[in-house]
Design a protein around this ligand. Structure first.
Ligand code: FDP
Length: 348
């Protein structure tokens, strides 16, 4: 509903979802609202990232400023500082921190666990390519609030996430999130003049099959035969099965994922032999793969590690890595058939 020329704000949307959930206490609404504030701060900083140098070189100000930090460290700090005091979290986990992040003793604790990648795609910051923040939210198993949280409380399979989503800092800033259970995936665009996220992408559905494949093909020589066969498949001419697919790879997971979510297709970061320390690929299960897997599932798509659903992986480490195939259901099922050696012939 339009109100005085403004569409649905994200706050309205979250409150509506809260009213429709009889078990809601308002705790989750508080959590999301504070997360949105943190993302607005990061978005503002990302938008002026290039200006720091410009101002420094022309006006000779700021360039020696000790407070000018790397943006990913800044985003991490903003998220931790904004989220730790709200009273709804029992701990956090960040891609930037080796261990779990405790809630300081002078703040109240809650039942939610927030896991995030504060600035994904950070190698793209310097070149003005879209980057993002990814988040997944779990509930701890026990209702008791004043107990110490152990890593085992956090290491839950992605299927147990109660919400997940991302912010993309691109030509505009967009938040996409879901609370699962059929509530849909919705996108909200930040209107800078209002400082508000407004509903812009209602109930996003990823096409069942796409035309795009997204992968860092520079890793070709490090892949096994099955992975190479899959990529060769997408590139081979065959009108009946809609091939060749078109290749699109930004190198920012959030940006590549977001494009394929809206247009259809598959994003892949396969296992490779490039780095013996990362035999299962580069991407992190808890802060990258799981949240996007929840989003894509709710939008009608699928995420796999090549052998089964990402959301069913039982994690053993906070920073566990996983191969990732994610996007249109039929494309990901096909990839899974190739990788697990079950591919038998042409599919449409
Ligand atoms: P980045 O290293 O720039 O932070 O997981 C991080 C990530 O980017 C993803 O956003 C992106 O999809 C991937 O790594 C890119 O990796 P490659 O450079 O190996 O393609």
């Amino acid at each position: 509903m339009k109100r005085h020329g403004v569409g649905t704000t994200i706050t309205e949307h979250i409150l509506r979802e809260e009213r429709e959930n009889p078990e809601a206490t308002g705790a989750f609404t508080t959590l999301l609202n504070e997360l949105i504030v943190a993302a607005k701060v990061v978005s503002r900083e990302v938008n002026k990232a290039g200006l720091v140098d410009i101002l420094g070189s022309t006006g000779r100000i700021n360039v020696q400023d000790e407070n000018v930090q790397k943006l990913d460290a800044f985003a991490n700090q903003v998220l931790i500082e904004r989220m730790q005091h709200i009273g709804q979290l029992c701990c956090m986990g960040s891609e930037e921190n080796a261990d779990l992040i405790d809630i300081p003793p002078d703040y109240p604790k809650g039942n939610y666990i927030l896991l995030f990648d504060p600035l994904d795609g950070s190698s793209n910051i310097d070149v003005n390519v879209s980057i993002g923040t990814i988040f997944g939210i779990f509930k701890k198993n026990s209702e008791e609030t004043n107990i110490d949280i152990l890593l085992t409380d956090v290491l839950q399979p992605g299927i147990k996430q109660v919400a997940a989503g991302y912010f993309i800092y691109g030509s505009s800033t967009i938040m996409v999130y879901t609370t699962g259970k059929g509530t849909g995936v919705h996108g909200f665009t930040l209107y800078p003049s209002l400082g508000e996220f407004l509903l812009s992408h209602k109930n996003i559905q990823v096409p069942e099959k796409g035309k795009i494949y997204s992968v860092n093909e520079g890793n070709y020589s490090h892949w096994d035969e099955k992975t190479r066969a899959l990529i060769d498949y997408f590139k081979t001419d065959d009108k009946e099965t809609g091939r060749p697919y078109t290749s699109r790879y930004v190198g920012s997971l959030v940006a590549d994922f977001h494009r394929n979510l809206l247009k259809g297709g598959i994003f892949m970061y396969p296992a490779d032999k490039k780095d013996p320390k990362k035999p299962t690929g580069k991407l992190r299960l808890m802060v990258e793969a799981n949240p996007l897997a929840m989003v894509v599932k709710e939008a009608g798509g699928y995420a796999s590690d090549g052998h089964g659903p990402i959301l069913e992986i039982d994690p053993s480490e906070l920073h566990q890595r996983t191969p990732l195939y994610i996007g249109s259901k039929k494309d990901v099922e096909l990839a899974e058939a190739f990788i697990s050696g079950k591919y038998t012939g042409e599919t449409s």
